[in-house]
Design a protein around this ligand. Sequence first.
Ligand code: ADP
Ligand code: MG
Length: 247
Amino acid sequence: MTTAVSVRNLSVSYHGNQALRDISFTIQQGKMVGIIGPNGAGKSTLLKSMLELITRDKGHVHILGKPIKEVRKEIAYVPQRNETDWTFPITVIDTVLLGTYPRLGLFHRPKKQHKDWAYACLEKVGMEAYSNRQIGELSGGQQQRVFIARALAQDATLFCLDEPFVAIDVTSEEIIVSILQELRDQGKTVLVVHHDLSKAETYFEELVLLNKDLIDIGPVKKILQPDIMMKAYASQLSFLKLNEVRV
Ligand code: ADP
Ligand code: MG
């Protein structure tokens, strides 16, 4: 098996507050892996620091055995919904075409073949009828499908998605999940930040459980054991108990 992601001793802080502490783990290629943990656990920070979108205090990350700057084209990233400016004036098809740019190279205009490919990716997510719409005119689920099409257009090897199922409709979620599973079956690696634990078992083979520290990583069934989950969610659970007492 080939290593898709290797994270070694990764620490990240914001203005002196540590968000991730000495995280190390490895993910093999061809897996669909969920990154779970309570709110503020550092899940988004993990993806962003892995991809060098924010600076690290320390640590090394290798993707496909190489430093990130050598494999950027191989990585598709779909940020958390609230980090995108959905009022930005751009059409659906142009959004998907952006996915082809890393391979196109700077200063090269997309040719017909790229447009055809972008359109095919839109078809894959069932959004071809909306190609000339402004991205801001779509529902949450439709917008997320367009971003998945952009990731597909990039023809990446590693897909990193931050809470892709938040605030979207059931149909969009089903379409996106089946596309991600298909990518996994083709040998691609899919990392998904996710917080709906009820779906974790059906969606993922492996879970990374975070709460500032790496609590554990392993097969879904192993991680979803109460004693392991308690280590990450204990503070939330005691809060819930407190509320129950008050009621
Ligand atoms: P998660 O995605 O698991 O909810 P985040 O990675 O967004 O968690 O955040 C981890 C911690 O870092 C939280 O305490 C959050 O408040 C803090 N944090 C995240 N982004 C920033 C930022 N840009 N500036 C300051 N603190 C931040
Ligand atoms: Mg987050």
